[in-house]
Design a protein around this ligand. Structure first.
Ligand SMILES: [Mn+2]
Length: 195
């Protein structure tokens, strides 16, 4: 398969992000967002997707975690879309379940070019580490919007919110592995376009 890499440098008044993504990676991962729990989740996503990911974000954490979480997800979604080019030769659809002890998550993705997130993590805590749990949902929605993906994530069970969130990121990683895998060399659309 051809090179599937992307670099994103994104600077606003709220965040400065530098990101390198290789979809055909060897799990070389270095994520530093300033939010420990977000680092943990994005590292898990990249690892189980089989990527190389270098992500450095300097954000306005003195305000709160929102801009950093959102902008890292937007940059990652943009990188994913860029790395896939015209999306020819990929499977397009992917679905996966991931358990983490008592928690079970399901992710279903279509790299359709049409952004549509439906995310239900069912988290009951206000925060996990230094991130508000509502911003973990926002990470998935922002990622789907920027990547041009229809993405459904449901956490089906689990009483530990750390487990529920981490299972969701792992399920997405496995679904993305399927959806971005080589398949047939053509654009997998009867319409003839996925962008
Ligand atoms: Mn964990």
């Amino acid at each position: 398969m051809t090179t599937r890499c992307a670099t994103v440098d994104r600077t606003t008044r709220e965040t400065a992000i530098s990101l390198n993504l290789d979809l055909n990676g060897t799990r070389q991962i270095d994520v530093s967002t300033g939010i420990g729990f977000l680092d943990h989740m994005l590292t898990s996503l990249a690892f189980h997707a089989g990527w190389n990911l270098k992500l450095k974000c300097t954000g306005d954490l003195e305000v709160d975690d929102h801009h950093t979480a959102e902008d890292c997800a937007l940059a990652l979604g943009e990188a994913l879309s860029t790395a896939l080019g015209d999306r020819s030769g990929i499977a397009r659809f992917g679905s996966a379940y991931a358990p983490l002890d008592e928690a079970l998550a399901r992710a279903v993705i279509d790299l359709s070019g049409r952004p549509w997130p439906e995310i239900d993590l069912g988290l009951t805590r206000e925060n996990l580490g230094e991130i508000a749990t509502e911003n973990l949902t926002h990470v998935f929605t922002s990622l789907a919007m920027a990547a041009g993906a229809t993405l459904h994530i449901d956490v089906i069970r689990g009483f530990n919110d750390h487990h529920r969130a981490e299972a969701a990121f792992k399920a997405l990683a496995l679904a993305l592995r399927q959806a971005t895998a080589a398949s047939g060399g053509v654009i997998a659309s009867t319409k003839g376009t996925l962008t």
